[in-house]
Design a protein around this ligand. Sequence first.
Ligand SMILES: *Cc1c(COP(=O)(O)O)cnc(C)c1O
Length: 395
Amino acid sequence: MLVLGRTLGVMVDNVSRLGFETRAIHAGQEPDPRTGAVIVPIYATSTYAQDGVGGLREGGYEYSRTANPTRTALEECLAALEGGTYGLAFPSGMAAADVALRALCRPGDHVIIPHDAYGGTFRLVDKVLKHWGIEHTAVNLSDVDAARAAVRPNTKVIWCETPTNPLLSVADIAALSGIAHENDARLVVDNTFATPYLQLPLSLGADIVLHSTTKYLGGHSDVVGGALITSDSALREEFFFLRNAAGAAPGPFDAWLTLRGVKTLALRMNKHSDNAERVVEALLGHPKVDHVYYPGLPDNPGHEAAAKQMRRFGGMVSFTVKGGEQAALDVVARTEIFILGESLGGVESLIEHPGRMTHLSVAGSMLQVPDNLVRLSCGIEDGTDLVQDLLAALG
Ligand SMILES: *Cc1c(COP(=O)(O)O)cnc(C)c1O
């Protein structure tokens, strides 16, 4: 039997009383009792010596597909940040989504997903899980009535992302959790864009939080990973069982890099948000810019819900360029500090054309995005440099 994590030190025992930044640095990460090492070691080991058959040592480690101490440290830290009881780390955000959906659904069950879901999530539901008899409906989840109307007797999961990618629409987490629970379904919130520093879905009634830790949590564009966080012990057991049974176990090097990134999450999210606000201000009213998408803008349809459930509005900004697709392609080709590339959430600023890049596979579907759309992941460089780079690229 695996014990749930290591014995926690006194301070970390009362972890929920501590501030966010303190939890990011200390939860799950007390100095190594034997050597005093301040940083959790990379436990590069596949197996563990037993003191006699079945005599597992402290922590109950047996085999690293099942559990590994570096991974446990990351899991305890992520749970503490989301205000949840249990964290589980995965080798990618998609591996976490796969385990969540297969644990929650059986053939004949139904899932509600956002009409502008992350493309990989849509593909998992639409191209993979449907062959195992799991049905889905794609709905605009910023419309609470549309969400309620989509519920069927066999609905087991409402899957929510907020803010969404790339149009940054906002769903009301508390309202969706009410709909899910009235119907004996579970609410999963993909909190990748907001991070626990800006938004705490479990406190708003969500049952499960999902992360692509590849993005802001890792924060340095150097590691791919995912996580599930919940306070429901039965759900934790099912996720843990399926991860171990099907093998989606992240390695200790990746867990360590992610944990290293998480320590500075609060500082980074404030700077990402500062820079996004500077960029939004520069884009608004610019003669070449058509529309700016940012949840912090009062005219954004999701602004009210965002202001209710988010601390700040994050580092992602999208905008449409006057002059159509070619004008947008010209802008993304001309920036010098914003690097042309997919992904998001790293310290460096990234720019992309969703229609030809991240969202190419959804062309022609209901997830299609405007062809003159540009998406920015504002990094933590000097804000003035970022604004000047964009203004120069706009010409
Ligand atoms: C990137 C991303 C995922 C998938 O995560 P991977 O780590 O790339 O597998 C899921 N949801 C959102 C919102 C993402 O941005």
